[in-house]
Design a protein around this ligand. Structure first.
Ligand SMILES: Cc1ncc(COP(=O)(O)O)c(C=O)c1O
Length: 448
């Protein structure tokens, strides 16, 4: 490694960072992370902090997970790469498809298509949804529906179904034919409805209305996160997803769950679909599939998809990535699945998630700047900050950054997304680690 002076001097000079202003990167250079173990990361100045971000919602098994590291090293020695395009395959990808189809069978899944990450998985789902309808002669079904505040990655298709203007404006015009439904966001919604169950009904009514307006026979698919993540951890009422599924089924619209965050245990269930008891047509997964150690993703497909493509000899998938089914990623994913099951990771995700949620609610009693705390489904918690609780006026720019900085100095890395502090730590978090996170946040808020 180059010495610390060199790295600090060149930090922010040549590299553009995702979701960041290059000018700001020069002014406020990012923290240089040099090491990680367990649930902790270490920066170049020797600070060791609990990583309450969990990498980027992906390091579910922590940084030390040896079986995944070993799997990657072994595979690099055996077969470091080969493509799975027509004519070739590899043992790791075959075995992974078998294991994943078993893992997601309770969600109604029976096939997989491999990608290089979450945005790819969403793009793949959108494309296959359109192709599904074409294969069935339904050429008019090309539109997509999704939720406001949803995040679906950064490819043009994903950005088009994204429900947050911040990720859209600079890149418009986006894909035509994408329409957004109000999110079941109890704290702020256009209906001023504070009862989550009633709000779910209102959002579903808006969905029905949009389908009628567009014409059901023009809509290919509805895409949604089972719990909205980057939009500020927004869990809907438990009646919401089943109602959406029923309406999609009734109208011949495919349902895609964006499980890039929620699959593999984060919600305290093995998948977001299972959390809500639904069976989508496709599930877009990535992130924790390899514990963040290798860029990889998988789109899981249900029976309807399998039939449409496999019963038609002319159906060709004219889509795929150089790294689809990458043997190193596939081996990493196999090791992750085995560890995830061996540790029965959902149990700890639920228990520690509850601890964090309750702890954040206790902070809300103490600090007026906290307007809302959301969570209660595994290791996904958000603290929304306001400058005035009565009017819910959003905080001034800079406040969240200050809380984040003091929280970091006090021992925990947290993520700021708009007015929200988001907690998504590794699912192997201990009770003591969760205490550290809450104590650091306490200091962060106390500093204001
Ligand atoms: C719900 C969801 N979908 C898609 C993506 C995009 O994944 P990636 O950044 O791996 O492309 C993300 C990333 O955070 C996500 O949270």
């Amino acid at each position: 490694m180059k010495d610390s002076n060199f790295l600090k001097e060149n930090n922010g000079r040549f590299m553009w960072h995702p979701m960041t202003s290059p000018a700001d990167t020069k002014e406020n250079p990012p923290k240089i992370i040099t090491g990680a173990s367990g649930v902790r990361i270490e920066d170049i100045d020797g600070h060791s902090v609990v990583d309450a971000v969990g990498g980027l919602w992906n390091v579910n098994l922590g940084y030390s997970c040896q079986p995944v590291k070993d799997a990657i090293k072994d595979q690099l020695d055996t077969l470091p790469y080969y493509s799975t395009f027509r004519g070739t395959s590899n043992d790791a990808a075959i075995e992974l498809s078998y294991e994943l189809n078993e893992f997601f069978a309770p969600d109604g899944m029976c096939r997989s298509f491999f990608t290089s990450g979450g945005s790819d998985s969403i793009e793949t789902s959108l494309r296959l949804a359109r192709q599904y309808h074409k294969l069935r002669g339904d050429h008019g079904r090309t539109k997509f529906l999704s939720l406001k505040k949803g995040y679906h990655g950064t490819h043009i298709g994903g950005a088009s179904v994204n429900g947050n203007a911040n990720f859209r404006n600079a890149y418009e015009p986006l894909l035509p034919g994408c329409f957004h439904i109000p999110a079941p966001y109890t704290y702020r919604n256009p209906f001023n409805e504070t009862d989550p169950e009633k709000l779910a009904q209102l959002c579903v009514a808006a969905l029905v209305d949009e389908i009628e307006f567009q014409g059901a026979n023009t809509i290919a698919a509805m895409v949604m996160e089972p719990i909205l993540g980057a939009g500020g951890v927004i869990p809907p009422h438990k009646s919401f997803a089943p109602m959406v599924q029923e309406i999609c089924n009734r109208n011949g619209i495919l349902l895609i769950t964006d499980e890039v965050i929620t699959a593999y245990g984060r919600t305290g269930a093995w998948s977001g679909a299972r959390l809500w008891g639904i069976k989508p047509d496709m599930m877009a997964t990535a992130k924790a599939i390899t514990n963040g150690f290798f860029p990889f993703g998988a789109v899981m497909l249900g029976e309807r998809m399998a039939e449409a493509f496999e019963d038609n000899p002319a159906a060709k998938i004219a889509h795929g990535y150089t790294y689809s089914g990458h043997p190193v990623g596939a081996k990493a994913a196999l090791a992750c699945l085995a560890e995830t099951k061996r540790l029965n990771i959902v149990e700890n995700a639920a228990a520690r998630g509850d601890q964090l949620f309750e702890g954040c609610k206790a902070l809300m009693e103490k600090y007026d700047i906290i307007g809302d705390v959301r969570g209660g489904h595994g290791m996904m918690t958000a603290i929304e900050m306001v400058s005035d609780r009565a009017t819910k006026k959003p905080i001034d720019g800079g406040t969240a950054g200050k809380v984040q900085e003091v929280t970091y100095e006090s021992g925990t890395m947290v993520r700021v997304s708009g007015p929200n502090i988001i907690l998504s730590p590794p699912l192997v978090l201990s009770q003591q680690d969760a205490d550290v996170i809450l104590a650091s946040l306490d200091k962060g808020f106390a500093s204001l």
